[in-house]
Design a protein around this ligand. Structure first.
Ligand SMILES: *Cc1c(COP(=O)(O)O)cnc(C)c1O
Length: 376
């Protein structure tokens, strides 16, 4: 019996909400379900404003537009991340400055950021890998000191906390993903821009509405609706919002099942770590993760290849993850690595992700663990 790497999260109530949206007779962006989702996020992220977007990629692009990023600006981020983190800023002509990660959490090493800051630096983009928060106190105070913006790539980090604060509530803005591989989904693709800095709220609505003040017009705050700024169409459909709303209402239950699977992996594989055969994920004491991903690290890149083939031969879709962006052809063109690549490449080559989804049966988790136990 084969085990897929991921199944999209389904709560069971999506279809009722989608039918309701159809009956409401309004399917374009910013209608009833979109507003309901955004109210949920405003409350739960404790942000000034939140805007559903067609993807996290789009939310990051909106952030780059809102910061008025221009050619010559530099943006600091880890190289161990998804292309969208960098693309959003590369699209505006920025130089991407990659900083090494910490080997324990795979997050940007906060201690190395200051050395990469110069006159051109505009923003720092911490990526909360596997839903484990970056060291945000350090990053936010550094940004304040040097007048930089912080944009959190919280694509994987819905419902995570750091010192009790919601991950995604600490930077000026943050971007979440509701792609089908994430903890919750708006029907395959989707995202959110959460705005914690009030200065960006009005313009964010304009940029999202093709550069028009349509939102203000609908709110009765201006009497004509006209073209006032650059913009694009960063609105998801009402059907996506309806789908997502069902998942938000069931979030606790969905998260509970995800944690059960994650915890079973951890318990069953712990003896292999004790025996020195693999390493398990590290979650610092001040961080509460969200069971987004379960990964292990093998001693070397070669042992990872062997384990991947062995698991795949047993019908288990284990996969590796990011190839560091600074080693990619386009990453080399638009970016540079600041300092030494001490951990980014070597740690990324040892990391292997195991199947995990909401409502995954514990017997499936056990089958995956047994396959790992037999293979290492
Ligand atoms: C998934 C992901 C994205 C992109 O999300 P989309 O919604 O697919 O655009 C960006 N950054 C990180 C770290 C991700 O994991």
């Amino acid at each position: 019996m084969s085990i897929r790497f991921n199944h999209p999260t389904v709560s069971g109530e999506e279809i009722d909400h989608v039918i309701e949206a159809i009956h409401n007779g309004r399917l374009s962006g910013d209608n009833a379900f979109c507003k309901k989702c955004q109210e949920w996020f405003n409350l739960n992220i404790q942000c000034h404003s939140s805007l559903l977007t067609p993807s996290c990629t789009h939310a990051l692009e909106m952030a780059a537009l809102l910061l008025d990023i221009e050619p010559g600006d530099e943006i600091i981020m880890p190289s161990y991340t998804f292309v969208s983190t960098a693309n959003a800023f590369a699209l505006r002509g920025a130089k991407i400055v990659f900083v090494d990660i910490r080997p324990d959490t795979m997050n940007i090493n906060e201690e190395l950021i200051e050395d990469a800051i110069n006159e051109q630096t505009k923003a720092v983009v911490p990526v909360h890998y596997a839903g484990v928060s970056c060291e945000m106190n350090h990053i936010v105070s550094l940004a304040d000191e040097h007048s930089l913006y912080v944009i959190e790539d919280a694509a994987q980090a819905i419902a995570s906390t750091y010192n009790g604060q919601i991950v995604g509530s600490m930077g000026n803005m943050s971007a979440y993903s509701f792609h089908e591989t994430k903890n919750i989904t708006s029907g395959g693709e989707g995202g959110l821009l959460a705005i914690n800095d009030e200065r960006f709220v009005e313009r964010a609505n304009i940029i999202r509405e093709k550069g028009t003040n349509r939102t203000l017009f609908f709110e009765g705050l201006v009497d004509k609706y006209t073209w006032v700024d650059i913009g694009s169409s960063y609105l998801p459909s009402e059907l996506q919002a309806a789908f997502l709303y069902a998942q938000l209402q069931n979030l606790d239950k969905l998260q509970e099942s995800r944690f059960a699977a994650w915890n079973r992996y951890y318990e069953m594989l712990k003896p292999l770590e004790t025996a020195g055969k693999i390493e398990l994920p590290v979650v610092p004491n001040n961080c509460m993760h969200n069971a987004h991903m379960f990964y292990i690290k093998t001693p070397t890149a070669d042992s990872r290849s062997q384990l991947l083939s062995s698991l795949n031969a047993k019908g288990i879709s284990a996969v590796f993850h990011y190839i560091p962006l600074h080693t990619s052809p386009f990453g080399q063109q638009v970016g540079r690595f600041h300092g030494e690549d001490r951990y980014t490449t070597v740690e990324s080559e040892r990391l292997l992700r195991l199947p995990l989804w909401s409502n995954m049966k514990l017997s499936d988790v056990e089958q995956c663990c047994n396959a790992v136990i037999q293979s290492v």
